[in-house]
Design a protein around this ligand. Structure first.
Ligand SMILES: NC(=O)c1ccc[n+]([C@@H]2O[C@H](COP(=O)([O-])OP(=O)(O)OC[C@H]3O[C@@H](n4cnc5c(N)ncnc54)[C@H](O)[C@@H]3O)[C@@H](O)[C@H]2O)c1
Length: 356
């Protein structure tokens, strides 16, 4: 089961613990967002950035003159004033870099997806436990007001018994060179689903195709099965002319539409549904289906930037000794589904069991 509150209170030591020295590794597209948010996070000192590219290091130093910029990750690992590192490098590099950081005694925040294999993710989870260090994954959307509100709606029973989870994440680019569209985009949606649903999927099937040179699937459809009748579907696409970011969660009491592109009313709760008043073999089926067409409401949402909440949660977990909501186990669960989806993709959509 998930914890129901996102940011559970940390032990009182968090208030008195010394500030956490932080370094961000990889300052390409995403890393600078982490740097900016760690600068704004109480209880933390944003000390260093590390990037192989001189241009990236110079750009970061121009923006944040107080920050130390280094090319060699070893310099970060040897620096005793740095307690934690955030890793925002290409996906294939996450596992070896996170392993080095944990072995050097640093707390680690890793970008999504945690790793590219189940074995690597398991190794990181075990290593973090052995080293008694926080291992957290940047499942950014879990820290949005919208997704947290949806979790409340599901946990309090307002949606009722869950029927389906239907997700669309399509846009033009950013085409990645080291992972396909499933590992890049579906990683977000599987992480959101992992946080929201009180049950875990048992099987996954994935179909995808490659249109661009490089052999990476750029359009894909994933179907997940659960015990019972709950079903989930994910549509991801790098070649869509328009950007769509929508999730539908249907239950027997209410239905949620989450549209991440809506400026304010991102979550809409519909009091709509279908009730079957007869038996399956009843000849007068039509007359016995009752449609409920009630009101829609859009709840107020916390507008805090997700990464700001997330960076604060990482620092509090370190200072207070708590377990982050998106800990290594959450990262591992997502990687398990992604790896099984990859196997299914290779077999043209065969159903793959999700063990563990
Ligand atoms: N959470 C989100 O919403 C989100 C959004 C975009 C990207 N990401 C993730 O962030 C990560 C980075 O993606 P990106 O789009 O910023 O990539 P990018 O290619 O733009 O940047 C990666 C940076 O890492 C540097 N780098 C690579 N290997 C290094 C090493 N060993 N030591 C030091 N620097 C190194 C590169 O020079 C580059 O500047 C990926 O894991 C991606 O999945 C997450």
């Amino acid at each position: 089961m998930h914890s129901t509150t996102l940011l559970s209170p940390q032990p009182p030591t968090a208030a008195t613990a010394p500030p956490v020295g932080v370094a961000v590794l990889g300052c390409g597209y995403w890393g600078p967002n982490l740097v900016r948010n760690f600068f704004d996070t109480p209880g933390c000192r944003m000390l260093a950035i590390c990037d192989q590219s001189e241009a990236r290091r110079q750009a970061m130093q121009a923006r944040h003159p107080s920050v130390r910029a280094v090319a060699d990750f070893g310099d970060v690992l040897r620096d005793a004033s740095i307690d934690a590192v955030a890793i925002a490098t290409p996906v294939q590099t996450h596992a070896p870099l996170a392993k080095r950081a944990l072995l050097a005694g640093k707390h680690v925040l890793v970008e999504k997806p945690l790793t590219t294999s189940v074995e690597d993710a398991e190794e990181l989870v075990e290593l973090a436990q052995r080293q008694r260090r926080v291992l957290m994954v940047d499942h950014t959307f879990v820290y949005t007001g919208a997704v947290r509100r949806m979790k409340d709606l599901i946990d309090t029973g307002e949606i009722g018994e869950l029927y389906y989870y239907d997700s669309v994440r399509v846009n033009l680019g950013l085409v990645q060179h080291d992972v396909n569209v499933v590992w890049d985009l579906a990683a977000h949606d599987l992480a959101i689903m992992d946080y929201l649903l009180p049950v875990r999927p048992t099987q996954v099937s994935a179909i995808g195709v490659t249109h661009l040179p490089g052999g990476m699937a750029d359009v894909a459809y994933l179907t997940l099965r659960f015990e019972g009748d709950l079903i989930a579907h994910f549509h991801v696409n790098w070649l869509s002319p328009v950007k769509v970011r929508q999730v539908l969660v249907g239950g027997d009491r209410r239905m949620i539409l989450y549209d991440d592109l809506e400026p304010t009313e991102k979550v809409k709760v519909y009091d709509r549904g279908v009730r079957w008043n007869g038996h399956a073999d009843d000849a007068r089926r039509e007359a016995l289906v009752a449609y409920r067409l009630g009101d829609m409401h859009a709840p107020m949402l916390d507008q805090t930037e997700a990464l700001r909440t997330e960076c604060g949660h990482f620092i509090e977990s370190i200072r207070g000794g708590g377990t982050p909501v998106t800990d290594g186990q959450a990262g591992l669960r997502t990687v398990r589904i992604l790896a099984a989806a990859e196997r299914s993709l290779q077999k043209g959509g065969a159903m793959e069991r999700l063990d563990g």
